[in-house]
Design a binder for this molecule. Structure first.
Ligand code: CO8
Length: 259
């Protein structure tokens, strides 16, 4: 399928999803969310893709949901039009492969919320984050009031949500909103370097590790530990586990086949 608002490139097992509405700073409308959902669902089922990078390109990640589309919406329309965004974010969050968000420039509102469904966030030193919805008389309704407190704690999340203020990349790093800040011109090479590091690991163990963390966060500790133990035990049925441990004992790099 040809997409109009996103670009999809797959190379060496790494899929790059790029938001592509530069004239409106990659504002996220229903079409973007629908195309993201479609592309992500396809990639999730593609065993040749080991890692996904989501970006908005070199200048901006995304300045939020499309205010033009939302401005005159009724509550009923929003209930319905919310579906593409929620569907897209849910699909991306549940992709079996690791997802890295590579963020340059503004990541605001729904743009910031999109970064929250990635597993890892790398920010360019020119990145700015914020949830300015409160200044529009709404709230961060694409997971911002739920995923952000789980990531950085309720106090810091509430400060961002209540003020609508923007924070710079270094502050985002300090509060744990991003994993890493890199010079802007190195953003994509650093994201690809990290993607390659993940891709070199055993694919089944990677998927199980992601599932163990994500599912565990939805459970209480006891249930999470049991889930982790099931994932751990299951990996002993893989060739990769045999190879990984054999390679260690033979003092050579492991060659994982993803099975
Ligand atoms: N929606 C639509 N258009 C936008 C958006 C947006 N979120 N952001 C920027 N644009 C457009 C501008 O209107 C402008 O268009 P034009 O050239 O035709 O006038 C163009 O992009 C460039 O923007 P600016 O001229 O404003 O650029 P500046 O560099 O001066 O300012 C800012 C950049 C600070 C990012 C500024 O554009 C801004 O404040 N944007 C809005 C940020 C915002 O409030 N985001 C939150 C939106 S609400 C939201 O995300 C809710 C998510 C939850 C709901 C999910 C369900 C759908």
């Amino acid at each position: 399928m040809a997409y109009e608002t996103i670009l999809v490139e797959i190379e060496d097992g790494i899929a790059m999803l790029t938001l592509n509405r530069p004239a409106v700073l990659n504002a996220l409308n229903d079409q973007v969310f629908s195309e993201l959902a479609e592309a992500a669902a396809k990639i999730a089922n593609d065993p040749s893709v080991r890692v996904i990078i989501i970006t908005g390109g070199e200048k901006v990640f995304a300045a939020g949901a499309d205010i033009g589309q939302m401005a005159s919406a009724t509550a009923v329309e929003v209930t319905i039009s919310n579906r593409p965004s929620h569907r897209a974010l849910q699909i991306i969050e549940n992709m079996p492969q690791p997802v890295i968000a590579a963020i340059a420039g503004y990541a605001l509102g729904g743009g910031c919320e999109l970064t929250l469904v990635a597993d890892v966030r790398i920010a360019a030193d020119n990145a700015q984050f914020g949830l300015p919805e409160i200044k529009l008389g709404i709230l961060p309704g694409a997971g911002g009031t739920q995923r952000l407190p789980r990531l950085i704690g309720a106090g810091r999340a509430k400060e961002l949500i209540f003020s609508g203020d923007f924070i710079k990349a270094e502050e985002a790093l300090r509060i744990g909103l991003v994993n890493k800040v890199v010079p802007a011109d190195l953003l994509f090479s650093e994201a690809k370097k990290m993607a390659k590091r993940f891709a070199d690991r055993g694919a089944v163990a990677l998927r199980m590790a992601k599932s163990s963390v994500n599912e565990g966060l939805r459970m209480d500790l006891e249930a999470g530990l049991q889930y982790e133990h099931k994932c751990f035990s299951l990996l002993f049925a893989t060739e990769d586990q045999k190879e990984g441990m054999k390679a260690f004992l033979e003092k050579r790099p492991a060659k994982f086949l993803g099975r």
